[in-house]
Design a protein around this ligand. Structure first.
Ligand SMILES: Cc1cc2nc3c(=O)[nH]c(=O)nc-3n(C[C@H](O)[C@H](O)[C@H](O)COP(=O)(O)OP(=O)(O)OC[C@H]3O[C@@H](n4cnc5c(N)ncnc54)[C@H](O)[C@@H]3O)c2cc1C
Length: 319
């Protein structure tokens, strides 16, 4: 890493490598940061954290990262909001006297503030823009799905450096140690990767719950997702939740069934390429962002939709 012209804005990305490859979230963050840097003429620097279980020590990682980042004085440091990032970034923030903002849902350039991360307020009704005072750097962790994944390896700019930060083996007493790693059975699929999502809200209670949505999703080659109301009711797994406190998704098609369109839900799916909303209330806010709205009762619409798709499939198979 080299010191840049003081007029230049520098963004740094901290990337995680596992098994010799950047993690999918790191690829997203690198792609997003690279696009921002290219659009607004900033310099992009990148650091790769490469760790293995025995030598994982966030304190020594943070020491080394702070020493390297200190040389290039980035205004903004981005990292994916992973299980490793919160502890690591807290230590890094302390070492760099930087601000730290976790779980950001957007990063943008504002003429007034420069590069700034955003988070929704607690009610989800407003986006809050954060910055630091006194020219201190700001570290922001970014949630999965905020940036679209790109071909990260090609996006690393020619003047950027890809460095390995390895744990210092002779580090003094570790502040935090990883004691063990246990495989955990994954619940459900990763809805952030699906091209088609059929999402259910509280309104599906009246039409037999998720069974019909599963059939519809299967016919379309998609996956099912849910509003928080369904998670709280115990109808769906938390991994299926879309929204401010769930996943951010960018599918090609999002079918919202019996979802009112509360801002906390919309935050997580508004950037879908095509949104179809089915709701019996014509004044439901979900229609404000829908490309196609169907006002009606799911009890009638879902079976009709499933039947039509089954017939179409049958015809196609018969040809
Ligand atoms: C801090 C905070 C974070 C939150 N995070 C999230 C989040 O990440 N994700 C999220 O989803 N929510 C989140 N919420 C909750 C959010 O505010 C809403 O309460 C929730 O999204 C409502 O879910 P819903 O649309 O399924 O239910 P409702 O708002 O109850 O809407 C149900 C809809 O179904 C329609 N309906 C009912 N029956 C039928 C039928 N037979 N046919 C057709 N339509 C029908 C109704 O007209 C209604 O519009 C959060 C809230 C807070 C305060």
């Amino acid at each position: 890493m080299t010191k840049h012209d003081s007029d230049m804005i520098t963004i740094a990305v901290i990337l995680e490598e596992q098994g010799g490859n950047l993690t999918p979230l790191s690829r997203e963050v690198l792609a997003g940061a690279s696009a921002l840097a290219q659009t607004y003429g900033a310099v992009l620097e990148s650091l790769v954290l490469k760790s293995t279980l025995p030598d994982y020590d966030p304190a020594s990682f943070a020491d080394e990262a702070a020493a390297r980042l200190g040389k290039v004085a980035p205004q903004l440091i981005l990292m994916g909001a992973s299980s490793l990032s919160s502890g690591f970034c807290a230590l890094l923030a302390e070492k760099l006297s930087a601000g730290l903002l976790c779980d950001c849902t957007e990063v943008r350039f504002e003429a007034e503030y420069g590069f700034c991360p955003l988070r929704p307020n607690a009610a989800g009704s407003e986006k809050l823009i954060y910055g630091t005072s006194g020219g201190r750097p700001l570290i922001a962790t970014v949630r999965p799905g905020v940036f679209a994944a790109g071909r990260a390896a090609e996006l690393i700019p020619a003047d950027g450096e890809l460095r390995m930060v390895s744990a210092a083996q002779q580090a003094s007493a570790k502040l935090i140690s990883l004691l063990d790693e246990r495989a955990e059975k994954k619940q459900g699929v990763d809805i952030t990767k699906a091209d088609i999502l059929v999402a259910g809200g509280r309104g599906i209670a009246s039409c037999g719950g998720f069974e019909q949505l599963k059939t519809l999703a299967e016919l379309l080659g998609g996956e099912i997702a849910a509003s928080r109301a369904c998670i709280e009711a115990g109808w769906a797994d938390a991994s299926m939740q879309v929204g401010q406190t769930g996943r951010t998704v960018h599918p090609k098609l999002y079918i919202a069934c019996g979802i009112s369109g509360a801002i906390q839900h919309v935050t997580g799916m508004k950037d879908a390429e095509c949104i179809i909303a089915i709701n019996k209330n014509p004044a439901a806010p979900i229609f404000d962002i829908a490309d196609l709205g169907i006002v009606g009762n799911l009890e009638n619409i879902l079976p009709a939709l499933i039947k039509a798709l089954q017939e179409k499939k049958g015809e196609a198979n018969a040809v």
